[in-house]
Design a protein around this ligand. Sequence first.
Ligand code: PMP
Length: 286
Amino acid sequence: MSRIVYVNGEYLPEEEAKVSIFDRGFLMADGVYEVTSVLAGKLIDFAGHAERLARSLGELDMAMPMSADELLAIHRELVAKNAIDEGMVYLQITRGNPGDRDFAFPPADTKPTVVLFTQSKPGLAANPVAKVGIKVISIPDIRWGRRDIKTVQLLYPSMAKMAAKKAHVDDAWFVEDGMVTEGTSNNVYIVKGGKIITRHLGNDILHGITRAAVLRFAREAQMEVEERPFTIDEAQAADEAFFTSASAFVMPVVEIDGKPVGTGKPGSVAARLREIYLDESLKAAV
Ligand code: PMP
């Protein structure tokens, strides 16, 4: 069965959905996106994603094309139309179709392109990978300087994923000036002596919605949190490591550049945070 997707006001079978070849998203990667998880047919942390979307658009001088409530209604409609129980809703907004190719931004009244689609991922919450953890390599971070804006410029993260595959591991951690920034599509953490350490927010990493929630839950559970950069050496010598993202929640990292982290098995802090995150997020899902 083909998916029903949303394009500029219409719900259509995926084969009928079309975007212009002149779209700024296609020609210039001039667009932003969000991915919201669905558990038990409900949206996880929708308000956080809507807020970050508004911020990303604002940083690029683009207007929010509709209210957060209207966006929520479209998300819910797609979840219902596609009978999604566990999975994701992907949303992308570009600067639209100016009718030709030009580096300059088109007039501000050019209609943005708004596309949403669902991805069904049965078993997302019970992902067995969380019980064994993943392995990563490190790779230089050569992305642009505004990684806090969630743009669709994902070529380098895709290349980093391919480098990880080639090295027979699952993901890559970016390193800049000797310090870990983040994963290809996630925020990263180490745990030492019970303390959770993760890079502070800035323009050099995406402000993860899952990161914000997990740090809030950690502090509420009286866990110690320190927001500062760390090196690969420090991560390899840590008791545990993990990453967070909207689609993977909290995921243990058990090996970095061929060296086991701690016992080489998922740690108790990551397991506890995953459990708290899933419980609390489900309770608050809309
Ligand atoms: N950093 C990067 C580079 C990402 O692509 C993502 C996921 N899109 C994240 C961090 C995690 O953000 P979130 O928790 O909002 O999914």
